[in-house]
Design a protein around this ligand. Structure first.
Ligand code: SF4
Length: 112
C-alpha cells in the first residue's frame, strides 16, 4: 500500500518536475495550481499514481501510462503552445500577461 500524499507532497513533486525539465509552474494567480495539485493528490490517493488531473483515468496504469504526470504530451504541447494541456507546466519564456487559451487535446484516447 502506497503512503497517502498530502498537498505539500504534491506541490514538492510538481516543483521538482518543473526544475528538472526546465519548465515553469502555473503562477497560481487564480488558484489553478492549487486545483491541479489537489487533482493529482486525489488521483494518487485513489489509484496509486499521478493521473493527469484534466483527464479521465481508466484506473489501470498500463492504459494510463501516457497520461501519468508529467504526461507524454507535455513537452510537445509546451513546444507548440507554451504550456501543457492542463496549464500546470509552462515553457520558460511563456508570457503570463496574456490570457491562457484552451489548447486541443493531443492524445488519441485508447479504444478499450
Ligand atoms: S497535461 Fe500537464 S498536468 Fe496533465 S499530465 Fe500532462 S503535464 Fe501533467
Amino acid at each position: 500500500m502506497k503512503k497517502e500524499k498530502s498537498v505539500e507532497d504534491v506541490h514538492a513533486y510538481v516543483k521538482q518536475v518543473a526544475e528538472k525539465r526546465g519548465w515553469t509552474l502555473n503562477p497560481n494567480t487564480d488558484g489553478t495550481l492549487d486545483m491541479l495539485v489537489d487533482g493529482l493528490r486525489v488521483y494518487f490517493n485513489r489509484i496509486g499514481y499521478f493521473n493527469c488531473p484534466c483527464r479521465d483515468s481508466f484506473e489501470d496504469m498500463k492504459i494510463d501510462r501516457d497520461i501519468c504526470c508529467p504526461c507524454d504530451y507535455a513537452q510537445p504541447d509546451i513546444d507548440e503552445f507554451g504550456r501543457c494541456y492542463c496549464a500546470l507546466f509552462f515553457g520558460p519564456k511563456y508570457d503570463f500577461s496574456k490570457p491562457v487559451e484552451m489548447i486541443s487535446e493531443r492524445r488519441i484516447e485508447p479504444d478499450w
